[in-house]
Each structure stands twice: as structure tokens, then as C-alpha cells.
Ligand binder design. Structure first.
Ligand SMILES: Cc1cc2nc3c(=O)[nH]c(=O)nc-3n(C[C@H](O)[C@H](O)[C@H](O)COP(=O)(O)O)c2cc1C
Length: 164
């Protein structure tokens, strides 16, 4: 049975995701792209994963350094979510403040609700995407007193989380 691409997108769009920017350094230049397919993978060894398209130029540029940082976005980062998803924007980091992650030096964007500094463990073929596995080197989350609210993506729109 063949799967209609529109139906695939519509059905998978009913699965909500968080919003991250995967960042890395290409020499002196910060590079990043918006990724919703981020997931935890393994505690021992400590692995996380995400799936960039095989055609992603930005992932190619980040992958060359064998390291990346996962920036977990909060509700204050909606504009940056779209900016880092636009292939047409050459330098999405322009005007964005960040600090280097402690082990790999990959960018931690100011104000994210969590970050994970990773080295690339493995890159597996997964159809028209790569399955990237990263090994955690350092990680942190926002202080609970700051009331961190995650940015969520659902059916093509951004929103946030409300506890039932
Ligand atoms: C909320 C959201 C989630 C996204 N998640 C992914 C993802 O998991 N994998 C992916 O390849 N692209 C994803 N994208 C699209 C990329 O951010 C976009 O294609 C980006 O421009 C890729 O960079 P490049 O093509 O310039 O290399 C997502 C976009 C948005 C808005």
C-alpha cells in the first residue's frame, strides 16, 4: 500500500513535539537549525537523538565538527523557531546572544529552558533523513523558579503546555 505524502504530513502533524534548535560551530561561525524530531534515547550510555533531512546543508556544516548542542525552546523563542527553520536566512544567529557550551563549544542560545552539549556518536541512514545519535557531555535546565514553559509544535502551529 502506498502512503499519500499529504496524509503522512497531516496524520503525523497530530503528534505534538517540542521545539529545539540544534547548533554547532563551523570554525568561528555559529550554525543552527530548528528540529522537532529530538528525543531522549538511552541513559546508559547517555544518548539523545534527532533526525535531520539528508539534504540539510546546515546539518552537514554542524556534523563536520562532530559535536552539537540541543537548545530546548521556551515560549519566548517562537520567532527564533521560524527564523532557524528558514533555509533562505543565511545567518539566523545574527543578533542572537549565545554562550559556548562547556565541552564542545557549540552555541547555547540565551534563555533556553534546557540544553544538552553532545558529541556525535553515530549517524544512521533513515530514509530521506539521518538518525543522529549524540552522546551527552554536559547538560542543564532552567531553574524551576523561572517557571520554564516549553514551546510546542502541533498541526503546523506553535503553542505551549497546560497541565490538566
Ligand atoms: C517546528 C519545526 C520542526 C522541524 N523539525 C525538523 C526535523 O525534525 N528535521 C528536519 O530535517 N527538519 C525540521 N524542520 C525544518 C528545518 O528546520 C528546515 O528545513 C531548516 O531550514 C533546515 O536547514 P537547511 O535546509 O538550510 O540545512 C523543522 C521546522 C520546524 C518549524
Amino acid at each position: 500500500m502506498s502512503i499519500d505524502p499529504m496524509q503522512y504530513r497531516a496524520v503525523l502533524g497530530h503528534f505534538p513535539t517540542g521545539v529545539t534548535v540544534i547548533s554547532g560551530m563551523e570554525g568561528d561561525e555559529p550554525v543552527g537549525l530548528t528540529i522537532g524530531s529530538f528525543t531522549s534515547v538511552s541513559l546508559d550510555p547517555p544518548l539523545v537523538g534527532f533526525l535531520p533531512m539528508v539534504t540539510s546543508e546546515r546539518w552537514d556544516r554542524i556534523a563536520a565538527s562532530k559535536a552539537f548542542c540541543v537548545n530546548v525552546f521556551g515560549t519566548g523563542h517562537a520567532d527564533l523557531c521560524w527564523r532557524f527553520a528558514k533555509h533562505s536566512i543565511d545567518r539566523p544567529f545574527e543578533g542572537v546572544t549565545w554562550t559556548p557550551a562547556p565541552v564542545t563549544g557549540s552555541p547555547i542560545i540565551d534563555g533556553v529552558i534546557a540544553w544538552m552539549d553532545c558529541t556525535v556518536e553515530e549517524v544512521l541512514p533513515a530514509g530521506d533523513h539521518w538518525m543522529v545519535l549524540g552522546r551527552l557531555q554536559a547538560l542543564e535546565h532552567a531553574h524551576p523558579d523561572t517557571d520554564p514553559r516549553p514551546l510546542l509544535f502541533y498541526r503546523g502551529q506553535l503553542g505551549s503546555f497546560t497541565a490538566l
